[in-house]
Design a protein around this ligand. Structure first.
Ligand code: B1M
Length: 222
């Protein structure tokens, strides 16, 4: 792998946000995710490569270490912060200049779930594909999804869940949304979600990644 990407990936894995960040002490005074992402882009590495080769694998290593009890929630949080600082440079590349939007996409992480990195990636890429995105954030109650769907008739709704415990909230959210708005298209995703689960809960489509979400929603464009 490119050396710059390797360094960037390590910064996200160990939670090194930027050069001023004192954490982790072993990386003090070194450039962090913020500076290295800028350098990678300036060196002509594409935002897609940065995401696929450095940022996403770093978060996956963080998850594996957390599962093995080698790191704990504070370290996961620092990794997420480092990833977000990197995303400040990447996001503008995905934003669409289109003025006529293809439709409206409402997205949120379901109630009880605070994970937003994957949801933010999906939102960013769908916005980049020309949709107006209403991002409801994390820990989104069913009522909030209902209010947003009422406010934006014809919108497509996307739900993200990262915890096996919040998959049940995803199921409830889909059930109530479908009861209230039978024609509403609901897209689901997140690490524990599968095609089988999507079918079981009556959602319309499951995508394991943002590109799949973009491809699907493009088929629904007005
Ligand atoms: Co948490 N966490 N976490 N965590 N965390 C996981 C998910 C976990 C797998 C780690 C582990 O044990 N290995 C585990 C869940 C286990 C399970 O349920 N089976 C876990 C746990 C247990 C917890 C806590 C319970 C820990 C605790 O407190 N004891 C707690 C729960 C808090 C809560 O939500 N109520 C918790 C907290 C946190 C932090 C807050 C510290 C932080 C989140 C910060 C943030 O998001 N701002 C965090 C992090 C960073 C993770 C890991 C390490 C990384 C998640 C991530 O951002 N991945 C994660 C382990 C892992 O995933 N490997 C873990 C990168 C991101 C790009 O991937 O989100 O999967 P992902 O999104 C992908 C796809 O899934 C897809 O596209 C994205 C790009 O490919 N996708 C969609 C996502 N949403 C989509 C929607 C779509 C379509 C595609 O359509 C609508």
């Amino acid at each position: 792998m490119n050396q710059l990407l390797e360094k960037l990936s390590a910064c996200v894995e160990f939670g090194k946000i930027d050069i001023k960040s004192p954490y982790p002490p072993s990386m003090k005074d070194q450039e962090g995710a913020f500076e290295l992402t800028r350098s990678a882009l300036d060196a002509g590495i594409s935002p897609g490569e940065i995401l696929e080769e450095a940022l996403i694998p770093a978060m996956s290593r963080v998850g594996q270490k957390f599962s093995r009890n080698e790191i704990f929630v504070p370290q996961m949080l620092m990794a997420a912060k480092a990833m977000n600082s990197s995303m400040t440079h990447i996001r503008p590349y995905y934003l669409s200049g289109e003025t006529k939007r293809k439709g409206t996409f409402i997205i949120g992480t379901v109630t009880g779930d605070l994970h937003d990195i994957g949801k933010n990636l999906v939102a960013m890429m769908i916005e980049g594909a020309g949709w107006e995105v209403i991002d409801l954030g994390v820990d989104v109650s069913i009522e909030k999804f209902i209010d947003a769907a009422e406010l934006h008739p014809g919108a497509v709704v996307g739900l993200s869940a990262l915890l096996t415990t919040t998959m049940e909230n995803m199921r409830k959210t889909v059930a109530i949304l479908k009861e209230k708005f039978p024609h509403l298209q609901v897209l689901v995703g997140g690490a524990p979600v599968t095609t089988e689960f999507c079918e079981k809960i009556g959602a319309d489509f499951y995508s394991p990644d943002p590109q799949g979400a973009v491809d699907y929603i493009s088929t629904l464009a007005r």
